[in-house]
Write a protein that binds this ligand. Structure first.
Ligand SMILES: [Fe+2]
Length: 281
């Protein structure tokens, strides 16, 4: 910490008033010299060489200070950007901790967001996403079910089938998530992905009934890994599905619920990385 403080950029020590004074002195000396030449041509109070030397020294000094000020301002700017990023990360970490704490209360969804994130990031890499895009997917993955916070446990943990009214409440969670994250302006793409992670490829999903490529690719990725984790996890009314059954369910969801291209990539990834089947959060 002390080390970091030492590296903090310092604000320029030369003030604007001082710079103005230096410029005024240069003007005064030049004016005085010209006045003397014109009115007292025989007398030289100050020689041309001395005046030129003085003026050049002052101009050079001002120029060097200007460059140093610019460097310091750039350093301050970078430090501010870094601090802003750290604040943004702290906000995401706080929200993520809240989600994980909420999930931890329920053994059936414990670790769900972490597993969805892990699979989504691996799948994004498989699909050739850049590091920045993978970071976006990672944040969207961890926050994708934040909209469920606030839904009563009676609905979320109901062991039986949900009735129509309860489904209406559940279906509000993607939009609710976008509303919760609205103040975090740096999460624009994440909000889009989260808001649409329950859209279906055939347009029969929610909240907006978007179809195929209308659905952001990140949301289509989340939809695949979210479904996978749901089938691969235990529920109050069933055991996790067998691997073969999950693969066949994913294949049969191609083109109706899920994006066929994303499913194909994910099935290939599951073969390459069997560790993705592990259920530990
Ligand atoms: Fe969801």
């Amino acid at each position: 910490m002390a080390e970091e403080q030492k590296k903090e950029p310092r604000i320029s020590t030369i003030s604007s008033t001082f710079k103005l004074w230096l410029v005024a002195i240069i003007f005064f000396l030049t004016f005085f010299h010209l006045y003397a030449i014109y009115n007292y041509p025989q007398t030289r109070i100050i020689s041309n060489e001395v005046l030129l030397g003085l003026v050049l020294t002052l101009v050079g000094y001002l120029w060097i200070q200007e460059l140093r000020d610019r460097e310091r301002l750039q350093a301050i700017n970078l430090a501010l950007i870094k601090a802003q990023r750290q604040l943004e990360h702290a906000e995401i970490d706080t929200i993520a901790a809240l989600i994980l704490a909420e999930e931890a209360k329920d053994p059936y969804v414990r670790g769900h967001s972490k597993r969805v994130t892990r699979c989504a990031v691996e799948l994004a890499q498989e699909l050739g996403f850049s590091q920045e895009q993978r970071k976006t997917i990672e944040r969207a993955g961890i926050l994708h079910d934040i909209g469920k916070i606030g839904i009563s446990d009676a609905i979320l943990r109901k062991p039986d089938k949900l009735n129509e009214e309860e489904w209406t409440v559940i279906k509000k969670h993607p939009r609710r998530a976008a509303e919760i994250l609205e103040p975090l302006s740096f999460l624009t793409k994440e909000k889009e992905m989260i808001c649409h992670h329950h859209e279906r490829f055939d347009g029969k999903g929610y909240p907006d009934g978007l179809k195929a490529e209308e659905i952001p690719l990140g949301a289509r990725i989340l939809a695949v890994v979210d479904s996978f984790d749901a089938m691969n996890s235990e529920r109050p009314y069933r055991k996790p599905l067998a691997e073969d059954a999950i693969i066949s369910e994913l294949k049969s969801a191609c083109g109706n619920q899920l994006d066929p291209g994303v499913v194909t990539a994910f099935l290939g990834l599951l073969k390459k990385k069997p560790s993705l089947w592990e259920r530990e959060g």
